[in-house]
Design a binder for this molecule. Sequence first.
Ligand SMILES: [Zn+2]
Length: 160
Amino acid sequence: MPLYEFECVKCRNNVDTTLKTLEKKSDKKTLSELVNKYENINAIEVVDLVKNKIVAKAGKTSKDAVFMDFYINEGNTLVLVNLRNYRFSELIYSPEDEKTVKCSCGEKKRVEKVISSFSFTSDLSTDMPKPDLSNLPPSVRAQTSLGEYIEEKDRPKKNR
Ligand SMILES: [Zn+2]
């Protein structure tokens, strides 16, 4: 069956803008404003990986959402975003079907078919290696949801 992946440009831009904003300013007020402004973003948490501490967090995570992790400030800052996934799959039987593809935010026009087979995290992050999150002190880990969103392929081998 022809199953295609699509990305909502509107929702994706919200995340891009959020990350750019956080590179300049990442206090609680800014996070709250971003969570309120962007409908597809439920919660944001910013972790300083050098100092191993949470800089700020805002919003409420949602069950029907996913976690995405991004690295800003040359990889020194981790941004956890709880959001409704802007990438989704649709069954397409005819070119007409593509016109009816709709993101859960309601956007129809700015929805792109995804060609590359890269995972969505590699599209937005740079090529730098991911920090080993298992090195975070327990106090930080306990306050984050790190254990839940690490993809299976990224987990340390002993957990497999
Ligand atoms: Zn959308």
